[in-house]
Ligand binder design. Structure first.
Ligand SMILES: Cc1ncc(COP(=O)(O)O)c(C=O)c1O
Length: 359
């Protein structure tokens, strides 16, 4: 197994290149930061850190259950939604119980399959969208799980509600469909975007994961959740470490759920930032993949003069801009740019213009 390559930390780039100002648009974080309510909630519990958390996350699960209109027994909490994917792999995958996902879906799904030595089928995307028909056709009696990121990372694309409904209805019952909706809050402004929670009657094993890392701005705290049938939540309890979400994370997530204003501001800021990046990249003669999330995937080949996305990434680093090279996905001429503040997006576009012109 190869370790997951995370976005390059700001501190490391400052040290390496002797820079004072560095912006990081590499890990799809919220440029507005956490909700002020979440910050206050963290400060309020800071003096209780000698105590273990409530491992069952009673209050956070109760608030989520209330918001979604389900019971707390249908919710699991994770140290980030990423941990929930690993739990699902640990519970259900093995050498004879495999996974289907797309070739350009979130790279962590492959790691989850590899961890359990589970057979992995990567179905080619069509125009950077999940090809649900081909995924369905790839199901065999030994398929145990289908992992779908909606919106996808690194593509930012979605499938429509009608497409997803057809897929879930046709998917055999021995398969667990996992909809990873880490970027849900950004995507739901599009009326074609499927809300996984509304589709629970379409498949008896449906798992929908969400996170506080993106639109809620709490990536550093590590807290995510999933909605699933109660029996499945019960299965996962067997592999979950007893205190996987911290006391501070639970308090902050609970407060963040209540801060509708911050969430709205974050989503609006992202829509504006996406438009800014798309327009700026267009002016550079590039065509970003249409994104429903807080990042854009873009092929630099038309302007890169033979340089790879990794080489352009390195040249951008010297100008204090961290983006994400996509060679690991086999997209060697692409980079992924997370949406920042208006000023960060401007700086990124200016740096990219300079680098592209320098060939
Ligand atoms: C599609 C997708 N799923 C899950 C995650 C993991 O998020 P978390 O911080 O909740 O573990 C990410 C993070 O980038 C992601 O892009």
């Amino acid at each position: 197994m190869l370790p997951y390559p995370p976005g390059k930390p700001i501190e490391e780039v400052k040290r390496e290149f002797g820079l004072e100002e560095v912006i990081k648009l590499a890990s799809n974080e919220n440029p507005l930061g956490p909700s002020p309510k979440a910050l206050r909630a963290m400060a309020a519990v800071a003096g209780e850190m000698q105590l273990y958390p409530d491992g069952a996350g009673y209050y956070l699960k109760a608030a989520l259950a209330d918001m979604i209109g389900i019971t707390p027994e249908e919710i699991m909490l994770g140290n980030g939604s990423d941990e929930i994917t690993v739990f699902l792999a640990q519970c259900y995958l093995n050498r004879k119980a495999g996974v289907i996902t797309s070739d350009y879906s979130f790279v962590r799904y492959r790691n989850a399959a590899e961890l359990m030595n589970a057979p992995l089928t990567l179905v080619p995307m069509k125009n950077f969208r999940h090809d649900l028909k081909a995924m369905l056709a790839a199901v065999t009696p030994t398929t145990r799980m289908v992992l779908l990121d909606l919106p996808g990372n690194p593509t930012g694309t979605i499938v429509t509600l009608a497409e997803l409904k057809r897929f879930l209805k046709a998917l055999p019952e021995h398969v667990i469909p996992v909809l990873d909706q880490a970027y849900y809050e950004y995507a739901i402004v599009d009326e074609d975007f499927p809300d996984g929670f509304d589709l629970r009657t379409l498949h008896p094993n449906l798992v929908v994961t969400r996170t506080f890392s993106k639109a809620y701005g709490l990536a550093g705290l590590r807290v995510g959740y999933a909605v699933a049938p109660a029996w499945l939540v019960h299965d996962v309890e067997r592999v979950r470490p007893p205190f996987n979400t911290s006391r501070m994370a639970q308090a902050a997530a609970l407060a963040a759920l209540d801060d509708h204003q911050h969430l709205r501001r974050s989503v609006i800021s992202n829509l504006k930032g996406l438009a800014q990046l798309n327009a700026g990249l267009g002016k550079l003669g590039l065509k970003p993949v249409p994104s429903h999330a807080n990042f854009v995937l873009v092929d630099l080949a038309p302007r890169a003069a033979g340089r790879s996305g990794g080489q352009i990434f390195n040249e951008l680093l010297k100008l204090g801009v961290v983006v994400r090279p996509m060679g690991g996905y086999g997209l060697s001429s692409f980079i992924r740019i997370s949406v920042g503040t208006a000023a960060e997006n401007r700086k990124c576009l200016a740096a990219l213009r300079q680098v592209l012109a320098s060939a």
